[in-house]
Design a protein around this ligand. Sequence first.
Ligand SMILES: [Zn+2]
Length: 328
Amino acid sequence: MSDVKVNTVLGPISSDELGVTLMHEHIVYGYPGWEGDQTIAPFDREAVVSLALELMDQLKTLGVKTFVDATTNDGGRCPELLREVSEKSGVNIICSTGYYYEEEGMSAYWKFRSNLGDVSGEVYELFSKEITAGIRDTGVKAGVIKVGTGKGVITDYERMMLEAAARVQKDTGVPIITHTQEGTMGPEQAALLVSAGADPKRVQIGHMSDNTDIRYQLETLRHGVYVAFDRMGIQVILGCPTDEERYGVLIGLIEKGYGDRIMISHDYIAHWLGRPLNLPEEALPLIANWHPTHLFNNVIPALKEGGVTEEQINTILKDNPRRLFGGE
Ligand SMILES: [Zn+2]
């Protein structure tokens, strides 16, 4: 137990109070550009709050105490909405600061500015201020830093974001959670973040559930970071494997003694900003379980069937998030 203060949207709590934690989910998310389509698809805040409250009710019943919202500054992040949902539901919500990977993020602003000079100090200033003073004038302080990289590459823009994140991590203690594209560049992200000053114990390499090569997982874990199987329920589409394949890798890693370095989540998006998705009929069965209750209803039973113990499940759901935030 380390009793480090963690920024939730309602203020600081002790890392010991986090309880069962979903480490990578979204209440709202919008690809940059959704804002321009609001004439057709306006944001109905009230409807989103009630949708989110329904979700939180389901999660509370399953014992979830904390929900990390991984929506970045460029993904339609909504701190006031998160605060309202947390206030009304009693679930701790942790809001992010940070930027998505270059190709699908809102990189134009920083790339334009970087033509005129190094912007890493400006990004450092932004992330730090959102953690220490709050996001805009909302009073909500960010509790994690989210950054990402593309498929098989770390671009100059992404490197700049990762290095700024590492420096802010070092100075504030707030953990870093990442996006990897299809589970690539895990070891490279870990190496870059650590060499830029981040504490590996406070780094979660994300979407490693999209990579079924156990050697690649071990290569990432070698840096002392956490790997997140945080796209459970998203199968086949978006370059994802099936959950069945993921269970094999998870059980393999736990058998090798890495149960204390794994997180499980869904990268669920309760509400897409902009127009609703038109998913092809064939895709629907593949994502039928893409929901934060999947972990409790299907993933845990499957892991137990594979020999994972209750104690190991507890480590993944409770101890690992506490240790990530606490830097234990
Ligand atoms: Zn995500």
